[in-house]
Design a protein around this ligand. Structure first.
Ligand code: 13P
Ligand code: SF4
Length: 320
């Protein structure tokens, strides 16, 4: 513990010397989350902080697509992600070529991409969204038909919230153009949220009928349906803070559970504590220290891709 406290202090000193900003996603482990970030938050909040900063360096304690989004918004800054291994199963599920193919298949249909994608995919799309604003983004398009990529479950959840239908082009043959579709999806999944089931919820409710269940919208639609609340990581944190729940079950990755429990020690937290995001877990205090010391790992991006991706990310940020 003392070693971690010393390491955190060294990071804070180095951050000041190098005029750096540290952003920490809500999934960072407690020793990092509660010590070194200037701001913590969900993907949407941290994108806004990255766009606003006047610091020289942004260290993004989160996964690569998040650091890329910071670079898209702040191209003149040096943007660092403390691990070169911090991927994401959703971001890896789709390529720019896949999006181009879909656009050929459905010409003129607006394309929404979840922020959990790489810059070249964002560059092919009309507008980005996060778990915190997906519904508003889809509704802002005023289009009966929307391509929503790449999270199959988030698309399903948003289809329900907006009252639109969904089909999966890769699973249908030849009939896509004839079908009356409103929301066209892809088959990406978050490897963490995919693990939660309705049985998990039923099991907990049978033992603790007063427990409130919170599920991230990357969970399956039937899991979200069986939950009491669904929202972005920050929305879940706020729900627990504001509702004085005696007991709650958190269906999201487990370091965030530790962070929430530290803030709310008097509430009983029930959770599936084996579900840790292996990508977020790559980033510990030591990696963050090395990132600042050695300027690693820098996000480098083709300027044409960045500018096209910027259109999609900035259009999302204008939605408020
Ligand atoms: P949030 O935008 O809700 O923080 O989600 C990011 C994420 O990767 C969840 O798995
Ligand atoms: Fe990607 Fe899932 Fe990890 Fe979030 S929790 S970074 S969506 S793999």
């Amino acid at each position: 513990l003392i070693l971690k406290a010393e390491m955190a202090q060294q990071i804070i000193d180095l951050k000041q010397q190098k005029n750096a900003l540290i952003l920490g996603h809500n999934y960072m482990e407690p020793a990092l989350f509660h010590t070194v970030p200037d701001f913590t938050g969900d993907s949407l909040e941290l994108s806004r902080k990255a766009a606003e900063t006047d610091k020289d360096i942004i260290v993004f304690c989160g996964v690569e697509f998040m650091a890329e989004t910071a670079k898209i918004l702040s191209p003149d800054k040096m943007v660092l992600v403390p691990s070169s291994q911090a991927g994401c199963s959703l971001a890896e599920s789709i390529t720019a070529a896949d999006v181009r193919k879909l656009k050929e298949q459905f010409p003129g249909v607006p394309v929404v991409t979840y922020i959990n994608t790489y810059a070249d995919v964002k560059a092919e799309t009309d507008i980005c969204c996060t778990s915190g604003n997906a519904k508003q983004v889809v509704e802002s398009l005023n289009s009966d038909t929307v391509i929503f990529l790449p999270d199959e479950y988030l698309a399903g959840n948003i289809a329900r919230e907006t009252g639109k239908h969904i089909i999966f082009p890769s699973k249908t043959k030849g009939t896509d153009k004839d079908v009356d579709v409103q929301l066209i999806g892809w088959h990406g999944r978050c490897e963490v949220h995919d693990q939660f089931t309705v049985e998990d919820i039923e099991h907990v409710r049978a033992t603790y009928p007063d427990a409130k269940v919170l599920a991230h919208p990357e969970c399956k639609p039937e899991v979200v349906d069986a939950a009491d609340f669904s929202g972005s990581t920050t929305a879940m944190i706020n729900y627990i803070r504001d509702n004085h729940l005696p007991r709650y079950l958190l269906l999201t990755e487990c370091a965030m559970g530790d962070n929430i429990h530290a803030e709310n020690p008097n509430r009983e937290m029930l959770r599936m504590c084996h579900v840790r995001c292996p990508h977020m877990n790559q980033i510990q205090l030591k990696d963050t220290y090395n990132a600042l010391l050695f300027n690693q790992y820098q996000i480098i991006m083709d300027e044409d891709i960045r500018q096209r991706a910027y259109q999609a990310v900035n259009r999302m940020l204008q939605i408020g």
